[in-house]
Design a protein around this ligand. Structure first.
Ligand code: AMP
Length: 134
């Protein structure tokens, strides 16, 4: 069991759906937000959390996803700007204790960090993995 009660995942694409399925199977309370309802088809039949359809850049959507009750938020849409904005709002407005954002552009990672946002950069991870494989 993870040390988080309510985990909010923003973006239910390839990455978000894996996270949602895994965290749900570990027993966490998971809410997933995606603006495209079709995206939730990536969730497994065992997924026991909630889904919210809407644009995560809108406060009303974040509120209906119960961001104020979340203690962990993973912003993993494919849009760095959306992830940064949601991560900032989660930290500064709703005081979510653990916030991690996906950032595809390594150059933008510095900006995220200046805002105090914890990041994971798939591009950097892939470069390290490939260089390590040589
Ligand atoms: P992927 O790149 O396959 O990991 O998919 C990213 C997911 O993020 C897609 O399902 C998009 O519909 C979703 N997405 C992108 N922008 C937003 C947004 N502003 N609000 C909610 N979901 C989004």
């Amino acid at each position: 069991m993870l040390p988080y009660q309510y985990i909010l995942i923003i973006g239910c694409g390839r990455l978000g759906s894996i996270l949602a399925n895994e965290l749900s199977s570990l027993g966490s309370n998971v809410v997933v937000v995606d603006r495209d309802e079709e995206a939730f088809k990536g969730l497994s039949t065992e997924f026991s959390g909630f889904t919210v359809t809407g644009d995560a850049a809108e406060m009303a959507v974040l509120r209906s996803a119960r961001i104020h009750e979340s203690d962990c938020l993973l912003a993993v849409t494919r849009h760095d700007n959306v992830n940064l904005m949601v991560a900032q709002v989660a930290s500064t407005v709703f005081h979510v204790s653990r916030v991690i954002a996906r950032v595809t552009d390594p150059a933008r990672e510095r900006v995220f960090r200046q805002f105090g946002i914890e990041t994971v950069c798939p591009t950097g991870l892939m470069a390290s993995a490939l260089l390590g494989a040589l």
